[in-house]
Write a protein that binds this ligand. Sequence first.
Ligand SMILES: [Zn+2]
Length: 91
Amino acid sequence: MTRKKPRELEERRCLDILRQLSAYIDDELPEDVCAELRRHFGACPNCEVFVASLRDTVKLCRQHQPPALSTYDRARLREQILLAWKPEARS
Ligand SMILES: [Zn+2]
């Protein structure tokens, strides 16, 4: 009788979890699925860390509006980007 290695099962579970992650972060999953995911995060440090950092990222994206750039700023940024790409043009 062969037994599957728990680690293999665990990794496949992680993939399932990761597929549902964005819906989870957006609170779009039914409560029972959320509970299941949370149970997995409690048991799986990898997923727990991943979710925490993803959640932070999403929060940051929602909180921070992109700064409004003036025409002058835009032109200067473009110039700096071009300079960074072509170091020889800097002299
Ligand atoms: Zn996991």
